[in-house]
Write a protein that binds this ligand. Structure first.
Ligand SMILES: O=C(O)CCC(=O)C(=O)O
Ligand SMILES: [Fe+2]
Length: 320
């Protein structure tokens, strides 16, 4: 059964450039398997880090959240081992990434694809610009931390995180809340209606973002959403996230879908057909094949030139 968005929701997305949809996922069937998969994953990594003497043995007995914070406190970078994509720059042959069946199933969820289909049609490619963000409370974060996997995310448009070849691509970001996202723990925030403006100038450092002075006196809106809910937004919608002022972790995935056949904006990374009504047999349904696509990509890119994921230059005048 095709559920998807109501006409009224589609209209609101068109006006505002975003839409909050609560309860897209079932806790039992969709969210919990992802939590369980990440629990096992982090446990495995902790065993390795304990064996390497980087982490105290007692960490093995902790909960997921406690483990994550212990890992961060120990100065271990957990972002890439838990992420669902490769990073820009130089790729190592053994660079870790996570490509498990539970997250693959989430990416292929009928309920999510129905929502995205309501916005850009039924020929949907899973775009390889996709991340997990599990953010510790800001009070525990090093004051020098700038990465948007750990701390708040600066204002930007997702179109700016692609190569220019995808500037005409019809694309939607689906930001999935695993924990409840609140104003206190660092939910997304947007500038409503900004998707009707042009691409803004972005600067690459410290995060890829729009210089503050280009965004003076704009109306901003925080977008809280409960666990299992999704924020959908347009690639030109200016957005960022608040910092995590709570005492617990804040966990989301950001996934993207584009119309099949159009450039993904990251041609060096693997995409796959998540849904096709025209050619259902082209859909990728096998988690192991998806995993292999990423492993083959890593192999192909390792030792090669640094991967360039965007067009922006810190030397440009707007960045001064
Ligand atoms: O979750 C965040 O902090 C930012 C996510 C983001 O920029 C995105 O989903 O495009
Ligand atoms: Fe973004």
């Amino acid at each position: 059964m095709m559920s998807g968005l109501t006409g009224e929701q589609v209209t609101r997305f068109g006006q505002d450039g975003y839409l909050v949809v609560e309860d897209v996922f079932s806790q039992l069937a969709d969210v919990q398997p992802v939590r369980d998969e990440y629990c096992l994953l982090l446990n495995d990594w902790c065993s390795r880090w304990i064996a390497e003497g980087k982490l105290a043995e007692s960490v093995a007995a902790l909960t997921f959240e406690e483990q994550l914070l212990a890992v961060y406190r120990a100065g271990i970078d957990y972002c890439q081992p838990l992420d669902i994509s490769l990073p820009p720059g130089t790729i190592d042959a053994d660079m870790p990434l996570h490509t498990g069946p539970a997250i693959f199933n989430l990416m292929r969820s009928e309920k999510l694809l129905d929502c995205v289909q309501s916005l850009i049609g039924a020929e949907l490619t899973s775009n390889p610009i996709q991340h997990v963000r599990i953010k510790p409370p800001e009070s525990l974060v090093n004051s020098t931390e700038v990465r948007s996997f750990i701390t708040s995310t600066d204002w930007h448009q997702d179109r700016a995180t692609t190569l220019a070849e995808a500037d005409e691509t019809k694309m939607v970001t689906a930001w999935v809340a695993i924990t409840d996202a609140t104003e206190l723990n660092g939910c997304l925030q947007v500038i409503p209606g900004s998707h009707r403006e042009a691409m803004q100038a972005h600067c690459p450092l410290p995060q890829l973002g729009i210089p503050d002075r280009l965004l003076k006196n704009r109306e901003t809106r925080p977008l809280p959403v409960r666990s299992g809910g999704v924020v959908l937004f347009h690639p030109l919608t200016i957005h960022g996230s608040l910092s995590n002022r709570s005492t617990a972790i804040r966990w989301s995935f950001d996934l993207r879908y584009n119309v099949t056949g159009q450039p993904t904006g990251r041609p060096m990374f693997p995409s796959f057909v998540a849904r096709s009504r025209l050619a259902p047999e082209s859909e990728l349904r096998d988690a192991q094949t998806w995993k292999q696509l990423w492993l083959d990509t890593r192999e192909r890119l390792s030792g090669g030139a640094p991967v360039q994921i965007h067009r922006w230059n810190s030397e440009s005048e707007v960045c001064a």
